[in-house]
Design a protein around this ligand. Sequence first.
Ligand code: DC
Length: 220
Amino acid sequence: MIVVAIDGPAGSGKSSVARAVAAQLGFGFLDTGAAYRALTWWALDRGIDLSDEDAIAALLDAFPYSISLDPVSERVAVGEVDVTAKIRDPLISLAVSAVAQNLRVREWMKDSARRLATTSGFPGVVAEGRDMTTVVFPDSSTRILLTAREEVRIVRRASELAGRDLAETTASVRERDAKDSNIVDFFTAAPGVTVVDSSDINFSDTVSAIVDIVRAESDL
Ligand code: DC
């Protein structure tokens, strides 16, 4: 079972790059941010105060989370509710960092990601997030930090979020990276982690660069 661990900041393109890498290799794709988003959606839906760490942690005992690892059709559900689109709402993006800073949540997420990867049914999994290379899959054969210069990340994010202006996107990307990096440092590569900087290369070259690294490192 091969795990390709990819971390990076908001707007580095890691989700779409990781998904395309998985599709090319015939691997599963595990978007670990989706679980943090789904838990945030569930907490808000139940009217729970996100700063109440105990109340959020208590939700984990019966969090009915599911995600498909198929790189061509991601589906995320909480119980019977399909939250695939709901968790991309800018309100969730704004609120999710509070939930991601809860250490009991992070512990649950770590176990959940490992379980999802080992039971995926795919020959390998590309797992993407903020702590894949350092905490969740520190022993995986390929570990990558996907970065891009801040101005490039902001322009990419703004074009994803149609209707948002650059100043607003700049503020939100900076705020989220600042909050998220309180807990895990996803700007610096840990020892043994390969840095791929996508600032000056296009999407398909970024995907090919990572596929080449995986092939070289895991004898595929
Ligand atoms: O990658 P994303 O924007 O969907 O992530 C949503 C949030 O979850 C983000 O605020 C960072 C957090 N996160 C995390 O702390 N650790 C992960 N492995 C994945 C996401």
